[in-house]
Design a protein around this ligand. Sequence first.
Ligand SMILES: Nc1ncnc2c1ncn2[C@@H]1O[C@H](COP(=O)(O)OP(=O)(O)OP(=O)(O)O)[C@@H](O)[C@H]1O
Ligand SMILES: [Mg+2]
Length: 235
Amino acid sequence: MLEIQDLSVSYGAVNALNSVTITAQPGAITAILGANGAGKTTLLRSISGLVKPRSGSIRFRGEELIGRTVETIARRGVAHVPEGRGIIEELTVEDNLRLATLWCLGRHERQGAIEAIFELFPRLSGFSRRHASTLSGGERQMLVIGRAFISRPKLLLLDEPSLGLAPLVTAQLMELLRNHTDGTDLTVVLVEQNARSALSVSVDAVVLNLGEVVVSDTAAAVAADSGLRHHYLGF
Ligand SMILES: Nc1ncnc2c1ncn2[C@@H]1O[C@H](COP(=O)(O)OP(=O)(O)OP(=O)(O)O)[C@@H](O)[C@H]1O
Ligand SMILES: [Mg+2]
């Protein structure tokens, strides 16, 4: 379980997160929702060690993450898929995946792990030798998420995975995420502007506004609250 307590983060004079307390359970997706500038990306960057919080605690599977290096946190099973698309355009699809195996898997495990990702995203397997630069937006997003899965993470942090995707592709991606989370020990923290589709696959949801938690409840309760939807979620 991920337990974040009283987390505060500042960038100089800007308070990006103010005493944020959130928990996320294994085998479930927890949606983090909120307007631009609410602090969602800062939250994920704090968990993966890219940002140094001012105060608070981030415990994962009983271990404090604050103060550890990005590499140590990654080795604890935390995979972070940042905003935007960090694939290497000049490499083929398969080589992008292979690169991701180098730091986390032994030589003999690598090919099997790549094949498992192609099973997860059959569409990508047809493109395995194409340069990543030739993929469509949705196909790139599959590659980015496939790359995150390759290290067999225990905690997957996704920052707006639906950005730029068609509604149908977004729906497929959300279903796929849910299917690969339900009944496993994977904890998923899903940051989304697309609140409606995130809530449809999440178990729990947190709404952030100006760096503070407005509500933290089940996804069903958040989706059913028309006032919250109207004020913070835009649907
Ligand atoms: N490196 C930085 N230096 C200064 N201020 C920053 C920095 N990164 C973020 N901020 C500020 O911190 C606040 C929270 O930003 P953050 O990126 O976490 O928001 P967000 O919820 O992810 O927004 P969006 O939905 O637009 O991606 C914003 O006011 C932003 O301008
Ligand atoms: Mg963001």
